[in-house]
Design a protein. Sequence first.
Length: 597
Amino acid sequence: MNTPSTEHIRSLNDHLNIHFDRSWYDDLEARMRKNGPWDDWTMFQLAYEAEQSGLISSFDDLQCLAHIPQLKPLTHQIDTAKKVLYEMRGRAILADEVGLGKTIEAGLIIKEYLIRGLVRKVLILVPASLVLQWVRELNQKFGISAVAQKKEYMWTQYDVVVASMDTAKRDPHRDIVLNQEYDMLIVDEAHKLKNKKTSNYKFVIELRKKYCLLLTATPVQNDLGELYNLITLLKPGQLGGLGQFAANFVVDKRMPKNEDKLQEELSKVMIRNRRGDGDIEFTKRIVKNIPLRLSPEEQALYDGVCDFVRGRYSDAQGDIGSMLSLVTLQREVCSSRDAVFLTLVNLFKKTAEDSPLRPKIWELVELIKSIQANTKAEKTLELIQDIGDKAIIFTEYRASQEYLLNYLKERNITAVPYRGGMNRGKKDWMMDLFRNRAQVMVATEAGGEGINLQFCHNIVNFDLPWNPMRVEQRIGRVHRLGQTENVNIFNLSTIGTIEEHILSLLHEKINMFELVIGGLDTILERFEKKTSLESSLFKMWAEAKTEDEIRRQLDQMGSSFRTVRDEVEQERGERAPIRAILNAVGQSVTPEAEASH
């Protein structure tokens, strides 16, 4: 290669017009000779600290924590995110007990993967009632630009999409979703995927995904095959083939073997934090049972409905539709005259004109017309005024809800409704109104699932479900992680009615308010092997001849429940049943939890 001549280089320089700026050097040299002036030391220090803050000191630290100043995750949530990132390679079942913040853990994981550039496109499948809640939390707490899926084009034009499972798996959305390649898939309430024959399971297994999180407080109830299906969905082959899994770990579908080895395998794909682990603390529950005596007119209506139901009970044996109507009548009359009125009118319309039942039904309708007051509503108003703070009132019936809303409005109490049937936008609006403006939310059972109400710490059970799990779900909306106040639970019950007996069973005989989901659900499932608790209660009430007989049978039911609870607790201690295995998995999540055990 020929070396260019000096003249050639000069020619090139002239042609390229290259200039060197050395003014900074001359300025620096002049300052050094005169020992200044120098820039402000404080400004230099701030610039130095800014540069330092941008440095990554350790790959093992979560980078996302510096980007979410509005959120302070708890220790177990940070440890969970680290374990998913470093040990489970982004595929895990988050199986914390209810109220410990699985959504926060998932948000941390998404944010961390986004910051590291490992994830861009994310699909989050949740129950329809939780779509907006997920979107709000991701945006407000994590600064993640998530959107709620509404139109077809949103599947392809947005990176982080939150949608309901039912929407995603139906046409025309199904083909669009299946044709996408997702960096991360998150499924909330993932216990609904336990049966591999369901359309949900088949849809999720077809989705193209690199990382995957399954969120559920109850990854398995009574069947080890359900656990195998979930883990196979997450990491195929982790537990071998079904035959190999059965040979290695299953005595029968409810009883595992080789528990230590099974726990070791589960700990590779599942994280389970429990309420008793580490520094996880909850405020107290203060339960106040309020017995009320009905007015003579209300008592007459109750007695009339009871006589009618008992008279019809023997005729309805075997007729499921008639039995359900009787159950509904019996429960509604304990709620409000408005609730039972609609059912009686509809029953009257459906009854043949020559039926001897029509006069009896109409007699009850006439009784309703004579009732001018509502004992429960009056007590509820008194409670709300004494509380002087936000409160959520739960009722099972839409008619009772409407009555309460009007009753409170007429007495200058700001109240908003929350119920099933509202679209996502209206539910979200009602939540915002309750949070920022209204003193009271009157909710049907739709308010007992999914929503978070930590800003409220007062619950009024206007009427109580006969299923303890539904009572606990109500309380769980308020008594959860993030609640800073003790939670007041006011249970209204009417003296001399089935309500009085139900409250006695729930509170005194099975100590329902001392239990939480994770223990209560297991006990109920064992208790309800043959028939549901609700059905047993109705049958007992309809067949009993006297109050003493009802009390005696309730005592027997309470004893049976306590026996089942003792069996479950004993099995947990022996680490034999499925749930004991799951809880043992949780012990390895945090060093603090290990040390405490």
